[in-house]
Design a protein around this ligand. Structure first.
Ligand SMILES: NC(=O)c1ccc[n+]([C@@H]2O[C@H](COP(=O)([O-])OP(=O)(O)OC[C@H]3O[C@@H](n4cnc5c(N)ncnc54)[C@H](OP(=O)(O)O)[C@@H]3O)[C@@H](O)[C@H]2O)c1
Length: 293
């Protein structure tokens, strides 16, 4: 097995850090992106396992960015591109759900900024910088709750700002941000250079990460109800780790995957016309040159 260079956002904690541990143990090189430099460096140090066979000669490289800010996502891409090795796998893992409507400095709804804009922008900026390997895989962390997405198929809001005018239901906003990301990835699969793939990984309902406890609001209140059915973080990362490392590359590109196999998302997520509209609107919003089909 050849060693891959895997960039993981949200790599300092939660599923990102667990994923990093699995990949390091399997002999791959990881690069951790966190939003706090000290915590991210500590996380990288911890990846040098207690057994010498698990230990990397040097701890993984770390980068810091607040991925809710478009300028910081662009700066991160430039820093990653300046690194010596091309990126074989980009795991867009950082994600969150927020209990109330808030806008970022860019004028986007926060959940959309982190869960949809950051993966889209980072992927396109790395492509534009020539930082992705020819067979690169892009893995977006998705969710089974995308089925609760509320999107006007005739006029899809990709900035998330319509939630300022409608009832802000935290779970529905989170779900819709994941649905929009899923649609953009469906279209991206048709536009990526030959050899590259994009996947949406559903970890299932996971207990023991900060996702539900930090989310506040409805998500935090309802999380205990689902805990008996939840999987551990080690189980939750199986699908993204498999997507990152399986040989040959899993199919279909653009697909939704659960339990290390293709899964069927909501009917809306399979709408090709909508996927095209979401892709081009998101590219325009973020000032990204759309890839040609
Ligand atoms: N847990 C579940 O049940 C579940 C289910 C379906 C999908 N997912 C998805 O899986 C992914 C990981 O979730 P998780 O369970 O590991 O949640 P988590 O423990 O809350 O981890 C989220 C990660 O994102 C980072 N992050 C949050 N806001 C950020 C920002 N503004 N800029 C940069 N990084 C930021 C966090 O950094 P800090 O360490 O600084 O907080 C953390 O590393 C998410 O995309 C989530 O939507 C999770």
């Amino acid at each position: 097995m050849s060693s891959k260079t895997v960039v993981i956002t949200g790599g300092a904690s939660g599923l990102g850090l667990v994923m990093a541990r699995h990949l390091v143990e399997a002999g791959h090189g990881v690069v951790l992106v966190g939003r706090d430099a000290t915590r991210t460096r500590h996380a990288a140090e911890r990846l040098r396992g207690p057994r010498s066979s698990d230990r990397e000669a040097v701890p993984p490289r770390t980068f810091t960015a607040d991925l809710e800010q478009w300028s910081q996502v662009r700066a991160l891409a430039a820093e990653l591109a300046a690194g010596s090795r091309p990126v074989d796998v980009l795991v867009n893992n950082a994600g969150a759900a927020f209990p109330r409507y808030e806008q970022t400095a860019d004028g986007a709804e926060r959940t959309y900024a982190l869960n949809h804009h950051a993966p889209f922008l980072l992927t396109h900026a790395l492509l534009a910088e020539g930082a992705l390997a020819p067979q690169a895989r892009i893995i977006n962390m998705s969710s089974f709750v995308e089925k609760r997405g509320r999107l006007d198929a005739a006029d899809p809001d990709v900035a998330g700002t319509s939630w300022g005018d409608r009832f802000y239901n935290q779970i529905n906003v989170y779900a819709t941000s994941k649905l929009v990301s899923l649609l953009a990835a469906r279209e991206l699969a048709h536009r990526l250079p030959d050899g590259m793939s994009v996947y949406n990984a559903n970890p299932g309902m996971v207990k023991g990460t900060a996702m539900n406890s930090n989310a506040g609001g409805l998500m935090r209140l309802t999380a205990p109800l689902f805990r008996p059915f939840a999987v551990t973080p080690d189980e939750g990362v199986r699908t993204p780790v498999w997507l990152a490392t399986a040989s040959p590359a899993p199919r279909p590109s653009g697909g939704f995957f659960s339990e290390s196999q293709p899964d069927t998302p909501s009917r809306l997520a399979l709408n090709d016309t909508l996927a095209g509209a979401v892709y081009t609107r998101t590219a325009a919003l973020l000032g990204v040159a759309p890839l040609t089909r």
